[in-house]
Write a protein that binds this ligand. Sequence first.
Ligand code: FES
Length: 124
Amino acid sequence: MAAHERVIASCADLANSGDGIRFVLEQDGDAVQAFAVRYRGGVYAYLNSCPHRGSELDWLPGVFFDSDAATLVCSLHGARFEPDTGRCVEGPCRGGRLVKLAVRERAGDGAVVIDGRGTVPAGE
Ligand code: FES
């Protein structure tokens, strides 16, 4: 494991379009809220900060998906985001993006690991 990687969950903890995992990421000395979800078999992670007003998205702890199970939804004003890209497809920040984090499932021990260094550019 690279020195900056850290385990945030077990792969089995994340079900497709199910509850997500909240975790804290340290960036530039600050603790920031983040989350990971599974969607269509892949794991995706973002800062837990809506591009509209910076609110945390989950309307209950760990509940990020809308009832359609196909979009993430912000609890404050209802913006909806593609789970795999973080792009806002509906709501007051339409066209904006969640800040995507580097996350992967590690073969061998079934861990979900985050790159603690920070974010990856939008679109990756
Ligand atoms: S803060 Fe998320 S839609 Fe307004």
